[in-house]
Design a protein around this ligand. Structure first.
Ligand code: C5J
Length: 221
């Protein structure tokens, strides 16, 4: 049985089901000026540091022909899938649906809503468009995972404590073996990333495991 050197202890690779790489919301809206993250007053450029690591993980999964799941946080142009509680939250200079320098903020199909070019999904990769923070909420992700016999999920993306953590928690409750790749995730608040890593793996891995990308790649290759 192959394992990844992880915390709080080794993570066993599946002997029967499949392992997938999950790349959460690596969109221009969160990583570039003029998007949603920027509108909320965040220093978006600090998220850029994980791009080479996520790209390397993506290339590893592609070279092994292992499944890759990308997610995009997005709303319909008429905002029918955006509850007022989300639309009106934040008091940023722009709201979801407003016109920004990369198109309408967090609206499906707009330039700013696309995944950054370095990580553009291939045609055979799964892309989940989600209106919430968690990728299981109002999507067909669970159905896809069951159909593809995916049992193990390795998480990357942004932001650690919001969409990444929410999705990992949702996946854990559904019985998936979850691991967060520490250097493959980022937050606008570095201390939130540190706390998230610690809380997910505390109490014997209450939500799952964490490991660095080098350990993951070494175990997979
Ligand atoms: C946020 C996300 N932070 N992808 N979304 O609103 O984490």
């Amino acid at each position: 049985m192959s394992t990844i050197a992880a915390n709080p202890y080794e993570y066993e690779l599946p002997s029967e089901g499949k392992i997938a790489l999950v790349i959460i919301d690596m969109q221009r809206d969160f990583l570039e000026h003029g998007g949603f993250g920027d509108a909320l007053g965040n220093d978006v450029m600090q998220l850029q540091s994980i791009v080479p690591t996520v790209k390397k993980l993506l290339e590893t999964f592609r070279s092994l022909n292992f499944p890759v799941i990308h997610t995009i946080e997005a709303h319909a142009p008429d905002l029918s899938d955006c509850p007022p509680s989300k639309l009106n939250r934040g008091r940023g200079n722009l709201k979801i649906g407003d016109q920004g320098s990369m198109g309408r903020i967090l609206i499906v199909g707009e330039d700013g809503n696309n995944i950054i070019p370095e990580l553009t999904p291939l045609a055979n990769e799964i892309v989940i468009v989600k209106p919430g923070k968690g990728a299981f909420c109002r999507t067909n992700l669970e159905e896809i995972l069951q159909k593809e016999n995916i049992t193990h999920l390795l998480f990357t993306g942004v932001t650690t404590e919001v969409c990444v953590q929410t999705t990992m928690r949702e996946a854990n409750d559904r019985g998936y073996e979850c691991l967060l790749i520490e250097d493959g995730t980022a937050s606008y608040f570095p201390e939130f990333k540190t706390s998230t890593i610690e809380m997910l793996r505390a109490q014997g891995g209450i939500i799952g495991w964490t490991a660095n990308s080098e350990a993951v790649i070494a175990a997979l290759l």
